[in-house]
Design a protein around this ligand. Sequence first.
Ligand code: NDP
Length: 453
Amino acid sequence: MTTTRPDTKTALARLLTEIEHRNPAQPEFHQAAREVLETLAPVLAARPEYAEPGLVERLVEPERQVVFRVPWPDDRGRVHVNRGFRVEFNSALGPYKGGLRFHPSVNLGVIKFLGFEQIFKNALTGLGIGGGKGGSDFDPRGRSDAEVMRFCQSFMTELYRHIGEHTDVPAGDIGVGGREIGYLFGQYRRITNRWEAGVLTGKGAGWGGSLIRPEATGYGNVLFAAAMLRERGEDLEGQTTVVSGSGNVAIYTIEKLIALGANPVTCSDSSGYVVDEKGIDVDLLKQVKEVERGRVDTYAERRGASARFVPGGRVWEVPADVALPSATQNELDAQDAAALVRNGVKAVSEGANMPATPDAVHLLQQAGVAFGPGKAANAGGVAVSALEMAQNHARTSWPAARVEDELAAIMTSIHTTCHETATRYGTPGDYVTGANIAGFERVADAMLAQGVI
Ligand code: NDP
């Protein structure tokens, strides 16, 4: 057990105040920085080289932040102006890597929180990828394919000069799936006149994409939840599970839960949630969401008597053994956590980035619930993105079974690393501390070796 010198804690508290001061009106970034820094005191005290002046200060400052105008005409010829972002946070371990989010709530603070999380997540995969994130306040909902294409082309017309297979490799996130990656890749190829497959991941399987990439985040989170349960002598089979969201991560979470014999009974979107007593029919959900681009109330209508749509509700009120938040940040607060605990939840594993508020995490951990933080639990997506880059580099394509085996091995390794690191620093079972410290150690070692840059 390591004790913490009071001066380390004081220095970290001072740095947090400075972060808030220097990055005003960015509450999500403050929250993400606080969550990491508050767990680092033991490692800074135990390893004096990490307390070197300027190391943590460099880690919380992005290497580069790009903000740009994205004008695009809609189908009636009216011009809209959105704002585009790419935050290149840390490249000590490899090219910046992280998704693009298109959602009206996007601003610089949201992209910085996501980019900061991505540094540690990518480090935990053990692969050679740095941390970055980007996106726009563009809302793709209700837009025609032609409008989405024009937006993506305008976005890439600026972004292309900042990215590259050895520099910065974006992928998808909320609002950016296979369709958007296709339009973005097409415009990059046109502008640069290069077939540079490794510049974006999440591509279609026929043109440089990796098999299992669409499934990877959801599948990986289920494997992480299963590993946490195994640690407690249990497994997922027969467990009632609540999942929020109905996008890429939620759908493949549900698919994997069913494959492992669990019973996922919910999905949701920003209008409410569906509870399905017979368990979610994942093929119907895919048809409604991925093919028709519809809403979850349509799923309930089509499913018949077993399913009902609860407008405005939150899935956390449905009794469950395991909860897998897979929609967005801060979607599970202390009240929701209390409801989960009251209903006997055993494990909560974050498919989304930072879906549980700090109060909720505290409450779950105090109640003895196994809690998997997103930077560990949802790292399967970026891990398979890195495998996609490897396949692109070798101009080859691996069979699905090989990618799935590699994904499983990576998730097992992340679980073990987090578990062992937490134990080493005197907080056994605390995956938040384990993930933060293990990710930090790998990035900090690389930063120290590469000098003050
Ligand atoms: P999608 O766009 O495919 O789906 C997002 C889902 O979340 C939709 O059901 C959406 O509902 C819901 N949602 C989004 N914003 C809100 C909101 N403000 N309030 C309520 N519901 C909301 O995104 P993904 O599935 O790709 O991403 C989900 C989460 O997983 C995000 O936190 C993302 O950062 C994280 N993640 C994704 C990875 C990936 O590989 N895609 C990798 C690692 C993490 P609605 O349509 O009503 O907005």
